[in-house]
Design a protein around this ligand. Structure first.
Ligand SMILES: NC(=O)C1=CN([C@@H]2O[C@H](COP(=O)(O)OP(=O)(O)OC[C@H]3O[C@@H](n4cnc5c(N)ncnc54)[C@H](OP(=O)(O)O)[C@@H]3O)[C@@H](O)[C@H]2O)C=CC1
Ligand SMILES: O=C(O)C1=N[C@H](C(=O)O)C[C@H](O)C1
Length: 252
């Protein structure tokens, strides 16, 4: 067993053939963990290898893991459906089309799992955020604002994770009815401040402030390992299933 095998407490039940759609920072981090777990990467798709998205290639995979770009995720996922391959996607910045792809998945009896954040820590943080927002629903003396910090190559702002956190806040703290990606003093608006500082893999902060005190919760990723490990666990989990899923079903 190598270092990664020991660290991820690997008990391999079945080896999978994986198609990696998007072979950038995340694709490579996923490859390292998947290979350490004994899985085989049979396809690596980047901007120069688009022909590998054709059915004749993709259908050889047991599962596809898609971390590409906001512009390409939708088409990539449709190609997985065409090839009858379950797809795990973490791409952010295209959430306006997410409900459409979920409907197509249901209609075509395919398998699709998307989350804005695959790390176990952030998925626990989502639950903490919801509970804190529930408690803050009846405490109007607290204002709430958020901050997210990522590396300078990130294409989308606010981050997908920040948008998930904001939706959770607004579902409970109903005095906030919309978010804005800047500093705002509008009472009904939830400010999300985006900072781009290398090499930050991903930090999310929720601040509740009142005249009397402040409450802050935060999650800081130390590397991409948590995102990548979560995506591989989701890929192992989805095999043989049909439907639309999130990381909540996998973890809790
Ligand atoms: N949900 C989660 O837990 C996480 C989500 N993310 C999200 O994942 C996405 C990718 O992040 P990251 O790996 O850092 O980004 P990178 O920019 O490092 O990688 C993106 C990859 O997509 C490739 N690509 C470009 N066009 C296509 C296409 N048409 N089909 C397939 N691949 C294509 C790029 O190819 P080339 O290099 O040739 O241009 C590159 O290999 C982002 O949206 C990010 O926000 C990131 C971390 C965690
Ligand atoms: O682009 C990134 O790097 C990340 N993207 C995801 C997001 O937009 O929330 C998840 C993580 O924060 C890293």
């Amino acid at each position: 067993m190598n270092h990664l095998s020991i660290k991820h407490n690997i008990q391999l039940t079945r080896v999978m053939k994986i198609a990696l759609i998007g072979y950038g920072k995340m694709g490579k981090a996923i490859e390292a963990i998947a290979v350490a777990k004994g899985h085989e990467i049979i396809i690596r798709v980047d901007v120069n290898s688009q022909h590998l998205l054709e059915k004749e290639h993709l259908e050889k995979a047991d599962v596809a893991i898609e971390f590409s770009t906001p512009e390409t995720a939708y088409d990539n996922i449709l190609k997985c459906f065409d090839a009858n391959v379950p797809v795990i996607s973490g791409t952010t910045g295209w959430l306006d089309k997410l409900s459409e792809i979920k409907s197509i998945c249901e209609q075509r009896k395919q398998a699709f799992l998307h989350t804005t954040n695959f790390s176990i820590g952030v998925n626990i943080f989502f639950e903490v955020n919801k509970r804190l927002a529930e408690l803050m629903a009846s405490q109007p003396q607290y204002n709430v604002w958020m901050e997210e910090i990522h590396h300078t190559q990130k294409k989308d702002a606010p981050s997908g994770t920040a948008l998930t956190l904001a939706e959770q806040v607004m579902a409970n703290v109903t005095r906030k009815t919309s978010w804005t990606n800047d500093y705002s003093n509008e009472p009904g608006t939830l400010p999300i401040i985006s900072k781009r500082i290398d090499p930050a893999p991903g930090t999310h902060i929720i601040n509740y402030t009142s005249d009397i005190d402040d409450i802050t919760i935060s999650h800081t990723a130390h590397s991409r390992e948590g995102f990548a490990a979560g995506a591989v666990v989701a890929a192992e989990w989805i095999k043989g299933k049909t439907g639309v899923f999130t990381m909540r079903e996998v973890l809790f």
